[in-house]
Design a protein around this ligand. Structure first.
Ligand code: CNA
Length: 318
């Protein structure tokens, strides 16, 4: 897959941070591709950073294949794995990072074509990135859907269950099951939580088990491995953005997850690509690579472009 991906040719004329600042100033249709690294300064761990990433935490806990936590087939078999661990990457909705502010600044200057984010934290929306400028490639916590009846709820309603590490059952399914099976009632365990059983999970007054279908489990609308990306991702990329884009900025992502990792190959060859990240990658050719903390780098880029980037996490004079 690496050989496949590394086919983009670099443009020799662009190399330095000043070239990057110049490109920012002159470009009018900038695509920003983001990943978990733009939210780590908010305390939300990324996946793949050594030692601090969510995957290394999972390995410490004994999960040899951390991707399994986000595997849709495993979720359907045993949702407790996801519910037990997902609390670690729940977003705090009040805050956003200087890098989110920078993307917002591009929007305010009329230069942001689209922010393709792999992040599920929905922080972009809170930072003021407009809906029509944002493609959440891997979905988000903003809503949740029942795996069985597709009933949708606001994602935040699921947070207590995730914090309690207990799979949330669909209220609509529960009501429907109760209506279809009058006389049966759910058994509750002593702490007041609903007890989920395998077969015959509903108990009658006489405590006899019946083989009645179970309610669905609520899943946040984040894209799991094995699930399709939102249709608008492909549509927008192919039919709109590919023709308009004049600069690509990739920030805070290891670019390990397809199809987002393949976007750079998809754009016309003369569109410059800038990479801003803590760790380098060698499977994609970028024209300018700026290694380090993305909040610091975007602040410096804005300064060199002569723009004011204000954020409480940045020193006044930066
Ligand atoms: P990743 O593979 O964990 O890569 C993150 C990259 O960011 C790494 O290369 C780091 O070096 C880099 N990085 C971390 N902190 C910083 C920083 N402060 N400044 C600059 N670079 C930094 O994550 P990707 O986003 O590439 O992988 C895609 C996955 C991660 C998506 O499916 C997401 O849903 C998923 N994810 C999202 C969140 C979130 O929404 N905040 C959190 C954790 C994982």
């Amino acid at each position: 897959i690496n050989r496949e991906i590394n086919k983009r040719r670099t443009l020799e004329q662009y190399k330095t941070i000043d070239d990057a600042a110049m490109l920012l100033k002159k470009s009018q249709n900038i695509i920003v591709i983001t990943g978990a690294g733009i939210s780590t300064s908010l305390g939300i761990p990324d996946f793949r950073s050594k030692n601090t990433g969510f995957y290394s935490r999972l390995r410490e806990l004994g999960y040899q294949e951390p991707e399994e936590v986000f595997d849709i087939h495993l979720f359907d078999q045993d949702p407790t794995i996801f519910y037990r661990l997902a609390g670690n990457i729940l977003p705090d909705l009040e805050k956003w990072s200087p890098t989110h502010e920078f993307i917002r600044l591009l929007q305010d200057k009329g230069k942001l074509l689209t922010n393709y984010t792999q992040n599920i934290d929905n922080v972009e929306a809170h930072a003021g990135i407009r809906k029509e400028k944002l493609i959440q490639c891997h979905g988000s916590w903003a809503t949740a859907t029942c795996r069985k009846c597709k009933y949708k709820i606001p994602g935040e309603e699921l947070f207590p269950a995730i914090k309690a590490q207990t799979p949330a059952e669909c209220e609509k399914c529960i009501i429907a099951l109760a209506e279809q099976n009058p006389g049966l009632k759910r058994k509750r365990v002593s702490n007041g939580k609903k007890k989920r059983r395998n077969a015959g999970e509903f108990d009658s007054d006489s405590d006899e088990a019946y083989d009645i279908p179970q309610p669905g489990i609520m899943k946040p609308d984040i894209t799991f491995f094995g699930e399709a990306l939102p249709k608008e991702f492909f549509h927008r990329l192919e039919n709109e953005d590919r023709k308009k884009v004049d600069l690509v900025i990739v920030m805070g992502t290891s670019m390990k997850v397809a199809p987002v990792s393949e976007i750079p190959n998809f754009f016309p060859k003369d569109v410059p690509h800038i990479y801003i990240n803590r760790d380098p990658v060698n499977h994609i050719n970028f024209d300018i690579t700026l290694l380090g903390d993305c909040d610091t780098i975007v602040a410096e880029l804005a300064r060199r472009a002569g723009w004011e980037l204000k954020h409480r996490m940045l020193p006044e004079e930066q």
